[in-house]
Design a protein around this ligand. Sequence first.
Ligand SMILES: [Zn+2]
Length: 312
Amino acid sequence: MAKILYRYNAATCQYEPIFLTSTQNTKRAFAFIGLSLLLALTGLWYYNARYPSLDEVKLQKENQKMKWEWEVYLDKINELSNNLNRLEATDDNQYRVLLSMTPLDQSIRTAGSGGHEPYVLGAKDQISEIKSSYEQLYRILNRLDVESQSVAELEKEINKQEKKTSTRPAMMPIDNRQLIRFNSIFGLRLHPIYKDWRNHNGLDLTAPQGTPVYATGDGIITATEWRGGYGNAIFLNHGFGFETRYGHLSRFNSSSGQHVKRGDLIGFVGSTGASTTPHLHYEVLYQGKYVNPINFMYRDLKQKEYNKIIKR
Ligand SMILES: [Zn+2]
């Protein structure tokens, strides 16, 4: 049943029924629906503004997680940088000092030579913190390049110095246990055969005929032949300015052009040339000048260590 509306009529002092036309009814219905929609939309907007959606909640959580991870990442970059600082300091202050090399110039270290350029995709839109951490990372990469080049240089120098050490004359050419007499006169002396004063350019190690004679450092044999007063002689070039000579040998156990290692058996004690009794005449030369072999004999070398060298 349709609802009847009444209106008060002051003239008749009575309530009179109102009859609406169908157009008026339709208009009212539309106005009602419009108003309801407006209210509903306002409510929805208010809800959305005040309460985040499920997607938004998920995004916020992810954002938070990324923030934490970013902080961990920055910590790691700092740790990396500190480790590199220590490595560079050890390189400059210890290794280079030990190897008598000049420390790397700081400008080389900071400038870098690796050619890593900071990542600049959409540089304008880049978040400044990310941009600066990229720059820091690339500085570290450049410094790492410099440091690895420096380590390669150190390795090269170590190899060179190792070679220098192994070639240097540094032991007795005959075993102490075979030694009968050690004549340490180096320099001017009365010659036992020529009976005049002349320079003795080496040391004489008296030992039984046939006692093994060892190379005192790595090198190349340049002569195994009769050389006047030396008799049967071996000349050994060690490089880096050093040469050793072994005289009065009974026979050779090496030949010219042969590469030898310290401790290799190269010949045997004899009494050839200007000699009266079996002994080894041993000379050391540095840059063509005779030097006292006593300084290159390491006579305090323990027998066990000596045995180890001549066993090779
Ligand atoms: Zn001599």
